[in-house]
Design a binder for this molecule. Structure first.
Ligand code: HEC
Length: 180
């Protein structure tokens, strides 16, 4: 190898070392961290505010019946915190912004005394809140009952709905049978 070639090689090597070292220094200075979540994630509000375009007309709502037997009731109880601003759940609980929910599974829809329901819910009064009806309503109240007064965007995750509905089932004088 000629001297010239050696020089060229050495300068390339030096450049490489400088690049590496400065990259390392930058890392030391800026402490980049791996993002745990997508920084641009957009959450759809799921409590309080009236959100009309809660989610795009998405896939069919997944059923929960098969999940109920193994649902996490403690998680469902925690999930109910999203509802408790508007609903009581205890036996003999009062109506709040929404009707009292004690015994709501298999209860006739829009049937709580003294609560003034929307026309759309009153119109469903010939049916009961069975598991899958609750599932679909809670997934996206305004899609299931257009014009409902329930200002809640919905629970997108099927597990969340299953856990919550399993919890609701227990808040009753005589819990409904689990689906076969
Ligand atoms: C911002 C207040 C609000 C929140 C939050 C809310 N609801 Fe409601 N809910 C209402 C209102 C108001 C109605 C009556 C709707 C109507 O008449 O259209 C209602 C109705 C219902 C009904 C029908 C009851 C019946 O007697 O027919 C069920 C079931 C229900 N809500 C469950 C829930 C659950 C479970 C949650 C939490 C995941 C929740 N709601 C969150 C206000 C709310």
């Amino acid at each position: 190898m000629s001297l010239e070639n050696n020089k060229a090689f050495a300068s390339v090597l030096t450049a490489g070392i400088i690049l590496l070292a400065s990259g390392f220094a930058a890392t030391m200075l800026y402490h980049p961290q791996d993002l745990e979540e997508n920084a641009f994630k957009i959450e759809v509000a799921d409590s309080g505010a009236e959100v009309d375009a809660a989610a795009p007309a998405g896939p069919v709502i997944e059923p929960i019946s098969a999940l109920l037997a193994s649902a996490d009731i403690a998680a469902g109880e925690k999930g109910f915190k999203k509802c408790s601003a508007c609903h009581s759940i205890e036996s003999g609980g009062a109506n709040k912004i929404g009707p009292a929910l004690w015994g709501v599974v298999d209860r006739t829809r829009a049937s709580v005394d003294g609560f003034s329901y929307s026309d759309v819910l009153n119109g469903m009064n010939s049916e009961t809140w069975d598991y899958e009806a609750l599932n679909e309503f809670l997934a996206k109240p305004k899609a299931y009952a257009p014009g409902t007064k329930m200002g809640f965007a919905g629970l997108k995750k099927v597990d969340q709905r299953a856990d919550l509905i399993a919890y609701l089932r227990q808040q009753s004088d005589s819990p409904a049978a689990l689906p076969e």
